[in-house]
Design a protein around this ligand. Structure first.
Ligand code: AGP
Length: 607
């Protein structure tokens, strides 16, 4: 997600802001900017691309000992200089930076344009700037303007704001997005993350949702969302820089595993409006969806596993045929297309060479294309006809986790939207689907709360060299993803098979103590998988179950990890979590670099 810095003190602000942004570069971004207040003058400098470009543009002397800065990870609008933060209101009275998603930005834009405000960017942040200016014009008070505006904003935000006429203070407001305030001697530091202020102070205030702060040079006052004064107690940071970048986790992978509830929630927020699925941002209208007769879903690695899962779910819910393919196969297969088909590319990076070539192959056949990607403005996003972004934020670890879960969420919505457009189920069922999908983040949190129970199993598996994973339907595609996580992180030879396939050859590999893990979440299929597990148990296998609570598996398996119940098409969002954790724990127990596994790159931009 975006990075935020702020400074109010006696030293020149420019270098402190730029150095703070440098310490946030690890978060990933695509543009950056700073705003410096010097009396009544506000200087704003922004640049797309790397921080070096901003530093080049800001290399001249800029007077001012108070300012704000931002590194942007694009969610609304392309990664251009116009869309970079800080943003200013149309009347120039408000300058701000923002991290989060304003869900009702279109309604706010309409209201503000009716009240004479113009817009120069595609961002939701500019709506916040103009809304604050609207209330600042009416009240003349930054605090009153904030309390009024925040009651109208829906979504998540960390806002850091300069108001014209108030050259000695910075205002901040928080709802869900992280924001901390560090206290120095006659200096105050603001940041979205600890690393940006650690070199100056370890005494911080952690802002809570609904709080507002008025930051001066070495001072801070806190208010609640109604503008009433509140008291807060500072804390001391004990982390070093390295652990601070990982929010206290040992690795980015574990941090990102724990960011999955937020990644799924933010992604769902982006496409659910007033209780309905809204794909208008991708210009995927109900009539377009209704006209689709067949889908081709294409991806690589984990993205392919999401595609496989989506294929099962879309056929199950929307009752239209889906062909799922590896991009590296699709691009050379001389694919055949019929009328009214859609090619769906799934890719976290949006730069995977095979997937980009597959997209171009589909377009060369005149087939409409939809990209489900995480990086705004990436090649696949730019070249596809329609784009549904995942809102997982930058994913640093090579092994994908939070982007995988966010992609699953988009695919569930796509399946339900297709089925609804085609009248495959009644409105009541539509609501049941959406209600359950929105419960997935909290169910993922429940699983993460009991992660430690996987350590003993991981220790057992870490001493072995092979592991089989089996499942049927979406349990099979999830088993494939689990096998990949374990392979790429722990280097154990893990293989996944359709449970019914074991007896067609692979069972010859089973011997005493061979570990076989069954993914058991499908009420209609798990008894069959269980009987496949009994077949290998009779040949000495050690059985592990990843099973939905309430499934009677304990008489068959040697170990079981339960996941919460959900509607069966959405179970992969839950069953994949323990498999990600197994990969992580086994890899760390084997002393491996789980964030940067050998031979792998985060994005494979070559064939
Ligand atoms: C996932 O853990 C792997 N790192 C890899 O399989 C990845 O999913 C694949 O390379 C596709 O990348 P993309 O999603 O960026 O296109």
């Amino acid at each position: 997600m975006c990075g935020i810095v702020g400074f109010a003190g006696k030293r020149n602000a420019k270098d402190i802001l730029l150095q703070g942004l440098q310490r946030l570069e690890y978060r990933g971004y695509d543009s950056a900017g700073i705003a410096i207040q010097n009396g009544e003058q506000t200087t704003v400098i922004k640049a797309s691309g790397r921080l070096q470009s901003l530093m080049e543009k800001a290399k001249h002397e800029i007077q001012g000992t108070l300012g704000i800065g931002h590194t942007r990870w694009a969610t609304h609008g392309k990664p251009t200089e116009e869309n970079a933060h800080p943003h200013q209101s149309a009347d120039g009275s408000v300058t701000l930076v923002h991290n989060g998603i304003i869900e009702n930005e279109r309604e706010l834009r309409a209201f503000l344009m009716q009240n004479g405000f113009s817009f120069s960017s595609e961002t939701d942040t500019e709506a916040a700037a103009n809304l604050l200016a609207y209330h600042y014009q009416k009240t003349g008070s930054p605090l009153k303007a904030l309390t009024e505006a925040l009651h109208m904003i829906h979504g998540s935000y960390a806002l850091v704001i300069l108001f014209k006429g108030c050259p000695d203070v910075i205002f901040t407001a928080k709802k869900e997005s992280p924001l901390i305030i560090g206290m120095g001697a006659e200096e105050t530091f603001i940041a979205s993350d600890v690393p940006a202020i650690l070199p100056y102070t370890r005494r911080i205030y952690d802002m809570e949702s609904g709080e507002i702060a008025e930051v001066g040079r070495g001072s801070v006052h806190f208010y609640d969302k109604n503008g009433d004064h509140i008291e807060k107690t500072p804390t001391e940071i004990t982390w070093n820089i390295d652990s601070a970048e990982k929010d206290g986790f040992d690795h980015f992978m574990m941090k990102e595993i724990h960011e999955q509830p937020k990644a799924v929630r933010n992604t769902l927020y982006a496409y659910l409006k007033n209780g309905n699925i809204d794909f208008s941002k991708a210009n995927l209208t109900e009539s377009t969806l209704k006209s689709i007769q067949k889908l081709h879903i294409i991806g690589c690695g984990s993205a392919y596993h999401v595609g496989m899962t989506a294929g099962y779910v879309i056929e199950d819910i929307a009752r239209i045929p889906v062909r799922v393919e590896y991009a590296s196969e699709f691009r050379y297969r001389h694919p055949v297309f019929g009328e009214h088909e859609l090619a769906v590319m799934i890719s976290q990076s949006g730069e995977t060479a095979d997937s980009l070539s597959a997209l171009r192959e589909a377009k060369a056949h005149g087939v409409p294309t939809l990209a489900i990607v995480n990086v705004v403005g990436s090649s696949i996003a730019r070249e596809a006809d329609h784009v549904l972004y995942t809102h997982a934020g930058p994913e640093i670890a090579v092994a994908t986790t939070k982007a995988y879960s966010a992609q699953l969420a988009v695919c569930y919505l796509l399946a339900v939207a297709l089925g609804h457009a085609k009248g495959a189920f009644c409105d009541a069922k539509y609501q049941v689907f959406l209600d359950e999908i929105q419960k997935l983040p909290e169910k993922i949190e429940q699983i993460l709360e009991k992660k430690d129970s996987l350590r003993v199993l991981s220790a057992h598996l870490a001493s072995l060299e092979t592991l089989f994973l089996i499942g049927r339907g979406v349990d099979f595609s999830t088993a494939l993803e689990g096998a990949l996580k374990i392979k790429e992180i722990s280097y154990i030879h893990a293989e996944a098979y359709a449970a019914g396939e074991l007896k067609h050859g692979t069972i010859s590999l089973i011997e005493k103590e061979t570990p076989v893990l069954g993914v058991l979440t499908q009420k209609n299929l798990f008894p069959k998988t269980l009987s496949n597990m009994r077949e290998v148990k009779s040949r000495g296998a050690y059985l592990i179950g990843i099973a939905t609570e309430g499934f009677d598996v304990e008489n068959t398996v040697d170990e079981v990890f339960y996941i919460p119940e959900t509607l069966r098409p959405f179970a992969p969002s839950l069953s994949v979590i323990p498999l990600q954790l197994l990969g992580y724990y086994i890899g760390t127990m084997r002393g491996l670099d789980v964030d940067k596994p050998r031979n792998l790159a985060k994005s494979v931009t070559v064939e």
